[in-house]
Design a protein around this ligand. Structure first.
Ligand code: NAD
Length: 330
């Protein structure tokens, strides 16, 4: 099978080439361009295409992939909200994904953000580099015996619950479904109670109509003063303007964000002054107790290996005509 791999980064190529040694009947050609209606025609002569979260896999792209004879779309990520599934189905293009590659990778990053913003590690790092060894502005609080509130206890949220328990925290959670594997040490509560009782709040629910802007002025006002808020899930779970207002009201001891509402607009790739001036993300960065990373939660060696191996196994299952739990409609 010949796969055309879109939006290739060096680390993608390295992890896929390593895993490919186990899959002798698959070959991959890598291109830097992302998949969209302008680039879909590159798939001529291939059996499958491999794409990612930001690819544009709407109707126009699928029309072209179908014309070029593509039968398999390999998403090397969990999400598929960028795929027009109805059109893919109409053309008989099978869509497969990698549902959970390394929940610990994202949960560990969430805890890193919570700790870094609590103990002002970025400020401490810069101060010491400038030969300033004073402790002013660096005081945090112990996580031990404090309350962690986890919103969404699926794969990543559950990993975060286990990490918080390891820190000796009381763990409470809010989810529309309860995760039985956590029942020995997690207490499920209402969203209101979670907001009012937690010292650290971490978001791990998906972005849906019911969770869009779940963190807004109303929910922020229900939080404890001095709370730490972490979002490694999806930017639009948080209404950024309201978060800024909450920070101005001194609600937060720290805020750690791996995702932000403007992510898809490439705010930081186009650093023109006008964009930065109007960017709420740039405004967030002006606060000393906010730490932002660039959607890197998933970015560990283990997670990349798991993504590559599962994607290639998906291709193998396709070739064997086997149904798979990784089919998006499974
Ligand atoms: P999952 O599907 O295993 O878990 C999601 C949980 O959220 C489920 O338990 C679900 O019941 C719960 N949920 C659904 N609606 C809810 C609501 N209204 N309120 C509260 N909980 C609700 O997903 P996962 O693998 O744990 O991933 C969680 C999120 O992490 C993903 O949606 C994705 O956006 C994000 N993610 C981020 C990165 C990164 O690099 N930062 C990487 C992978 C995933």
């Amino acid at each position: 099978m010949k796969i055309l791999f879109f939006d290739t980064k060096n680390y993608d190529k390295e992890s896929f080439q390593n895993s490919l040694r186990e899959f002798s009947n698959i070959s991959i050609e890598y291109v830097k361009s992302d998949l969209d209606p302008r680039t879909a025609a590159l798939s001529e002569g291939f059996d499958a295409v491999c794409a990612f979260v930001n690819s544009d896999i709407g109707t126009a792209t699928l029309d072209i992939l179908h014309q070029k004879g593509i039968r398999l779309l390999l998403m090397r990520c969990a999400g598929f909200n960028n795929v027009d599934l109805e059109t893919a189905k109409k053309y008989g293009i099978r869509v497969m994904r990698v549902p959970g590659y390394s929940p610990e990778a994202v949960a560990e990053h969430a805890m890193a953000l919570a700790l870094a913003s609590n103990r002002r590690l970025y400020k401490a790092y810069n101060k010491v580099r400038e030969n300033d060894f004073s402790l002013s502005g660096l005081m945090g609080f112990n996580f031990y015996q404090k309350t962690a509130g986890i919103i969404g206890t699926g794969k990543i949220g559950a990993a975060m619950c286990r990490i918080c328990r390891g820190f000796g925290m009381k763990v409470i959670a809010y989810d529309v479904y309860q995760n039985d594997s956590l029942k020995e040490f997690v207490e499920y509560v209402s969203l209101e109670q979670l907001l009012s009782d937690s010292d650290v709040i971490s978001l791990h629910c998906p972005l849906m109509d019911s969770t869009y802007h779940i963190i807004n002025l109303d929910t922020i006002q229900k939080m404890k003063d001095g709370v730490i808020l972490v979002n490694t899930s999806r930017g639009a779970l948080v209404k950024t303007d309201d978060l800024i207002e909450g920070i101005r009201m001194h609600k937060f001891a720290g805020v750690g964000l791996d995702v932000y509402e403007e992510e898809t607009e490439n705010v930081f790739e186009d650093r023109s002054e006008e964009i930065l001036e109007h960017s709420t993300t740039a405004r967030l960065l002006s606060f000393p107790n906010v730490m932002i990373t660039s959607h890197q939660g998933f970015f560990t060696r283990e997670a990349l290996e798991a993504i590559a191996t599962t994607t290639l196994q998906n291709a193998l299952d396709f070739m064997a005509g086997k149904p798979s739990a990784n089919d998006v409609d499974a």
